[in-house]
Write a new protein. Structure first.
Length: 451
C-alpha cells in the first residue's frame, strides 16, 4: 500500500486513530441504563458529533430514537450531482461481562501483542474510526467525491430497534445510493471479505407452569409434575441427537455455496474444548450461515446455592432462534412458538411471548457497488481477491434499510474478524485491519463515484 497516496495518508494517521479510539472506548456506552449511566452513552454520542463537525459535516443531530437512546447523524456534501453513500456504525457496546477475566481494563484501550484491546474496539467503535480515516484520507488527496451521510447507532447491541423505528418514521433522512455497514468483519484477519448474507433472529420467552406452588420433593416428588423438568424436556426437543436445530416445520437442510470454513479453524476460533464434538450436520458454513440455529439464552430456576428440596411449580426460559436467509422471521417465530406449545409434556400450561425479531438479509453482489469494493479491497490487501461470506449474527437495520430504500446497494465490511473476540472478554482490534479497511473504504468511495 505504500505507493498509494491514500494508503500513505492513512498510515500517517494511525497514531491519531489509536488516540481517538482510546477516547471513544473509555465511554462505558452500554445501552442498558440499569447497568451503566445514560451519561456514558451521551458522552460517546457527543464525542462523535464533535469529530464529525471537525471534518466539515453539516446537519449534525442527536436523534432521539423511540427506545430512549440517541443515534448520531451528519451530512458531508460532495460535488454537485454526485452519488450519496451512507456510512453506518454503532457506538453502543456489549457489557464487559466478567471484568476480572480481562487481562487489561475493558474500557481502557491497551496495546498488547500487536492488537489494541478494549470493549468496542472492534464492535463497533473501531468502525467509527474507520469511517473517519477513510474520509480524512480522501480530503487530503483531492477531496471526497460523493455526498456522505453518517449514521452511528446508540442501541444496536440491545436489539431494541430504536434506529429502525426512527428511520421508518423519517424515511427521507437516510436515503442513499449505496449503504456501507461497518459492523461486520473479514472471515480471517488479512483476508478481504464482504458479508453477503445475515441470519435473522427471533427471541421468544417461554413459561411453563404445573402447580399452584412449590412442593416438598420427598412428599410429592414422583407424581407431582415438575415445571422445570417439563421445560427441560421441551427445550431438548429443539435439537436432534447430533445437535442440529429441529423446529417443527422449519427447514434445516440448506447449503452454503460460497467461502467455506474448515472444521479445524472453526474449533480454534470457537475455542472448543479438546474431545468435545461439534454439533449439527453439513459443512460448518452450512450450519452457521445457511441454516437455523436455536440457543437457550437463559433459564429462570432456583440457583444451586440455596436450593431447597422442592418440586418446581413454574419455570421459564429465553430462547433465541437464528433465521437463515430466505426464511421469513415472523413465520419462523410462529413455528417456534407452536413447537414449544405442542412439545411441552404432561399437559403442563405453557405460554410464549415474542420479545424481539429481525429479518435475515441477502445482498445483491452483482451490483456496481460490489465491483467498486472488489477493486478497492484488491488494492488495500495487496492483490488478494475479495471473498463473500455469510454472518451468523443479525443486523436488523439492514432489512429496514433494504425495505425503505430498495434501490440502494448495501455492503457489509468491518473489523470483527475471529481474533477480535467481539462480545467476549478481551475484545481487541487489529490495527493492521483498521488501516487496510480504511484504505479500502476510501478507495471504494472513489471507485464508486466514478462508476
Amino acid at each position: 500500500m505504500s505507493s498509494n497516496p491514500v494508503a500513505e495518508t492513512i498510515a500517517s494517521l494511525m497514531p491519531r486513530a489509536k488516540a481517538e479510539l482510546a477516547e471513544l472506548v473509555a465511554f462505558k456506552s452500554v445501552a442498558d441504563f440499569d447497568q451503566y449511566p445514560k451519561s456514558e452513552s451521551e458522552g460517546a454520542a457527543n464525542w462523535i458529533v464533535d469529530a464529525l463537525r471537525a471534518e466539515g459535516f453539516q446537519d449534525l443531530a442527536l436523534l432521539d430514537t423511540p427506545d430512549g437512546t440517541q443515534s448520531v447523524y451528519g451530512f458531508l456534501p460532495g460535488p454537485e450531482g454526485a452519488k450519496t453513500v451512507l456510512l453506518y456504525a454503532h457506538y453502543d457496546v456489549q457489557p464487559p461481562l466478567d471484568e476480572a477475566a480481562w487481562v487489561t481494563p475493558p474500557f481502557e484501550l491497551t496495546e498488547r501483542d500487536g492488537r489494541w484491546y478494549g470493549r468496542g474496539s472492534a464492535d463497533c467503535k473501531g468502525g467509527v474510526i474507520m469511517h473517519l480515516l477513510a474520509l480524512r484520507a480522501l480530503k487530503a488527496n483531492g477531496g471526497v467525491p460523493v455526498h456522505v451521510k453518517v449514521i452511528v447507532e446508540g442501541s444496536e447491541e440491545q436489539g431494541t430497534g430504536g434506529l429502525e423505528r426512527y428511520a421508518e418514521e423519517h424515511p427521507e433522512l437516510l436515503t442513499a445510493d449505496t449503504i456501507v455497514i461497518g459492523d461486520a468483519g473479514n472471515f480471517r484477519a488479512g483476508l478481504p471479505t464482504v458479508t453477503a448474507t445475515l441470519r435473522g433472529m427471533t427471541l421468544v420467552r417461554v413459561q411453563v407452569d404445573t402447580l399452584e406452588g412449590n412442593l416438598h420433593s420427598g412428599q410429592f416428588g414422583g407424581a407431582a409434575p415438575d415445571a422445570l423438568a417439563a421445560l427441560i424436556r421441551v427445550l431438548d426437543s429443539l435439537r436432534a441427537e447430533d445437535g442440529s436445530t429441529t423446529v417443527d416445520g422449519l427447514a434445516g437442510d440448506a447449503a452454503w455455496d460460497g467461502l467455506q470454513y474448515d472444521e479445524e479453524s472453526f474449533r480454534k476460533d470457537a475455542k472448543v474444548l479438546d474431545g468435545v464434538e461439534l454439533i449439527g450436520s453439513g459443512t460448518i458454513a452450512d450450519r452457521i450461515w445457511a441454516r437455523p440455529a436455536v440457543t437457550v439464552l437463559g433459564i429462570d430456576s432456583p440457583p444451586v446455592v440455596g436450593a431447597t428440596a422442592s418440586v418446581q411449580a413454574g419455570a421459564r426460559a429465553l430462547v433465541s432462534l437464528r433465521v437463515p436467509p430466505g426464511v421469513d422471521a415472523a413465520e419462523a417465530t410462529k413455528l417456534l412458538q407452536a413447537h414449544l406449545q405442542t412439545r411441552t409434556p404432561w399437559g403442563a400450561r405453557v405460554s410464549t411471548e415474542q420479545i424481539g425479531q429481525g429479518q435475515p438479509f441477502r445482498a445483491d453482489t452483482s451490483s456496481p457497488a460490489y465491483a467498486a469494493m472488489t477493486e478497492a479491497m484488491s488494492v488495500a490487501y495487496a492483490g488478494q481477491e475479495m471473498q463473500y461470506a455469510g454472518l451468523g449474527g443479525s443486523i436488523p437495520l439492514c432489512n429496514t434499510l433494504a425495505s425503505l430504500y430498495p434501490q440502494a446497494e448495501i455492503l457489509l465490511i468491518g473489523l470483527s474478524e475471529p481474533e477480535a473476540q467481539i462480545h467476549a472478554v478481551n475484545e481487541g482490534v487489529s490495527p493492521d485491519e483498521l488501516e487496510r479497511l480504511s484504505v479500502a473504504e476510501a478507495l471504494f468511495l472513489r471507485n464508486y463515484a466514478a462508476s
